[in-house]
Design a protein around this ligand. Structure first.
Ligand code: HEM
Length: 289
């Protein structure tokens, strides 16, 4: 299965020059899917199928590799697209913004204790290293504080110090107390500057991107509202089997909708992406012959 970062970040050079970035993980083994009927059967017979498959492959030393790609867009290009590049419901066309390989991840060890190493892990889109910044993507802005709030509640105030989350250099968040604090914080004050010493101030590395902005700050919907062209292109890029599965899946789910008005509205939306898709689902639902 592929991974797609959805939200847009920025990469910033040492000189403070920035580009917009989207992340993609591609499995070396490619992508494989169940069809709807197989998926229903496996969910009943072996609901942990994927976890077990991955575990057993790693135990056999058949390590699972993902290649990391980025798509990069000049800051100046953002306004020149027919879609809003910071809208998470849109993708960036790969012919204009090609996937560039930048690294890989190899899953070569299974966890020894699921609770310690997996359940207590706290991934958060706000954890950045120098050189990576947030974009103005509205959805990303919501995610940046929401995850860490949950993690403080779920794991406790000092969850950064748990072995599974601890950075290689010790956390320097100047958080001195709280449940399960394991670092002996030095000195009587946790703020800076202070005539009584205080912790060292961590200085940001590199030069942050600092654009010049003039205009009104507004709260409004994203203006470029073409929600169908990309969906249609994606549909038309699918193989015959994929199209057959998509139509069957949609028909299977929409057939449970009691209100025919709602079924018709769904079909109208699908037809806006691609007429053939709309018609296929409409025929499958018995709305037309
Ligand atoms: C593109 C949209 C989003 C994607 C791809 C996404 C993805 C994920 C993933 C993969 C996790 C599981 C993380 C883990 O297992 O550690 C997660 C958890 C979570 N997400 Fe999202 N999410 C999205 C949108 C949002 C939004 C809009 C919010 C709230 C404003 C949100 C709040 C949370 C919270 C609070 C958790 C639990 C964090 C934790 O306890 O570790 N997510 N999300």
């Amino acid at each position: 299965m592929e991974g797609f970062g959805v939200n847009t970040y920025k990469w910033v050079s040492n000189e403070g020059k920035a580009a917009l970035i989207k992340y993609h993980w591609k499995p070396k083994l490619g992508v494989k899917n169940f069809d709807r009927l197989e998926a229903t059967r496996i969910a009943g017979e072996d609901p942990d199928y994927h976890t077990r498959d991955l575990w057993e492959a790693i135990e056999r030393s058949e390590f699972v590799e993902y290649e990391l790609f980025v798509q990069m867009m000049d800051m100046a290009e953002e306004q020149n697209q027919s879609f809003d590049p910071l809208d998470p419901t849109k993708t960036w066309p790969e012919d204009s913004f090609p996937l560039m390989p930048v690294g890989k991840m190899v899953l070569d060890r299974n966890p020894e204790n699921f609770f310690v190493q997996v359940e207590q892990a706290a991934f958060c889109p706000a954890n950045l290293v120098p050189g990576i910044e947030f974009s103005d993507d509205k959805l990303l802005q919501g995610r940046t504080f929401s995850y860490v709030d949950t993690q403080r509640y779920r794991l406790g105030a000092n969850f950064h110090e748990l072995p599974t989350n601890r950075p290689l250099s010790p956390p320097a968040n100047n958080q001195r107390d709280g449940a399960m604090q394991s670092q002996a914080f030095q000195g009587p004050v946790n703020f800076n500057p202070s005539s009584r010493g205080g912790p060292a101030t961590a200085l940001p590395e590199g030069t942050p991107y600092s654009p010049h902005i003039q205009g009104n700050l507004v709260r409004e919907k994203i203006k470029k509202t073409d929600d169908f062209t990309q969906a249609g292109e994606r549909y038309r890029s699918m193989s015959k089997t994929e199209i057959k599965h998509l139509v069957e899946n949609l028909v299977a789910d929409l057939s449970h909708v009691a209100d025919v008005m709602i079924q018709k509205r769904a079909v109208e939306n699908l037809a806006k992406a691609d007429e053939g898709l709309g018609r296929g689902v409409s025929v499958g639902l018995g709305l037309e012959k």
